[in-house]
Design a protein around this ligand. Structure first.
Ligand SMILES: [Zn+2]
Ligand SMILES: [Zn+2]
Length: 347
């Protein structure tokens, strides 16, 4: 089968691989019916994910149909339509038991798919710990509606949960890329007093205005003054930093009111400066990234009820055989792209 592969730093390309087989009794084989390209794939390509293993099939956002399951897999069976979780986790170790599945201590725990083991930009994928890593898609939910459940939407859901948003809050979300929009969708469910989205791209600001008119939108240059003017206590009650730009970490804590929660969702290319003397007395609470993707069932339920819809994010569709073209568009932000759905080639 055709597998889009991390060949070496800076180079992804197609290789021919055998269809995966069950290795462990907790594994499942999933036929990929739709996948997507994530910014983290680009991080692998450019060498900023040191644990990524050259030779692996990339891709960790996908949905599919269960093809085969190991003896110990419960919860899903062949023929089920499923979302695939970006993180594989044992469900039994200390971290899993506390919901911190990103830190699962199993050798395959955490972000393995499309990073340390073969991922989903291909035809079939082997999913370790399939009982925890796969979730059945409700019949009234399409592949497109479910596509982001296991990764960016799980991230938005988790970030919103740990941000402890209350109805009286003013929430600032920095970055309106795909993950920022997922944070926004999950924040909307919490019904805070005000939501402000800060984004430097004019096209992305227009996207937010068009789809979520109840949200305030601001450019980075005006953000701090705007947030202070719009909030009751001199800054945002909750800040989610989802941009990962050179100055956005500074912007995040500067826009927060004293004692606010600042949740860092972004994955940075470089270390960030934490200027403690400047923030002394502000008593901020920082929470840092690495999604614990264990809420997929609840997210699928919300989609099924019509309470979350990520389909406006899908701006392009490509068959797997043209994924290089899709990467070019995604990486270079051509043609108003937000997310791309990759579908199997016709046989
Ligand atoms: Zn991702
Ligand atoms: Zn575990």
């Amino acid at each position: 089968m055709k597998a889009f592969t991390y060949i070496k730093q800076g180079v992804f390309g197609f290789t021919e691989k055998e269809k995966p087989i069950l290795i462990d009794e907790h594994d499942a084989i999933v036929r990929v019916t739709m996948s997507s390209i994530c910014t983290s794939d680009l991080h692998i390509k450019h060498g900023s994910v040191p644990r990524a293993v050259p030779g692996i099939t990339v891709g960790h956002e996908m949905v599919g149909v269960v093809d085969e399951v190991g003896e110990k897999v419960t919860h899903v069976k062949p023929g089920d339509r499923v979302t695939v979780n970006v993180e594989t986790y044992c469900g039994e170790c200390f971290y899993c038991q506390h919901g911190y599945v990103n830190n699962c201590t199993s050798p395959h725990g955490g972000w393995a798919l499309g990073c340390r083991i073969d991922g989903g930009q291909t035809e079939y994928v082997r999913v370790p710990y399939a009982t925890t890593g796969l979730n059945r898609i409700p019949d009234n939910v399409s592949d497109e509606q479910a596509l982001f459940v296991g990764d960016i939407l799980a991230t938005g859901f988790w970030a919103t949960r740990i941000s402890e948003i209350k109805e009286e809050d003013t929430v600032l979300i920095i970055g309106a890329g795909p993950t920022g929009v997922c944070c926004l969708l999950c924040t909307l469910l919490k019904n805070p007093q005000k939501i402000i989205v800060c984004e430097k791209s004019e096209a992305r600001r227009a996207f937010i205005r068009e789809h979520y008119p109840q949200v305030l939108v601001v450019e980075p240059e005006d953000c701090e003054a705007f947030v202070k003017e719009q909030s009751l206590h001199g800054g945002a009650d909750v800040v989610m930093e989802v941009a990962g730009g050179p100055d956005t970490f500074q912007l995040a804590w500067q826009c927060a009111r004293p004692n606010a929660i600042v949740t860092i969702v972004a994955m940075y290319d470089k270390p960030q400066l934490l200027p403690l003397p400047d923030m002394y007395g502000k008593n901020l609470i920082f929470k840092t990234g690495g999604v614990d993707g264990c809420d997929c069932e609840e997210i699928l339920h919300l989609i099924s009820q019509g309470r979350i819809d990520t389909t406006p994010l899908i701006t392009h569709h490509f068959p797997l055989s043209k994924i290089e073209e899709a990467y070019d568009i995604f990486e270079n932000r051509k043609d108003g792209v937000i997310k791309i759905a990759i579908y199997p080639d016709a046989k």
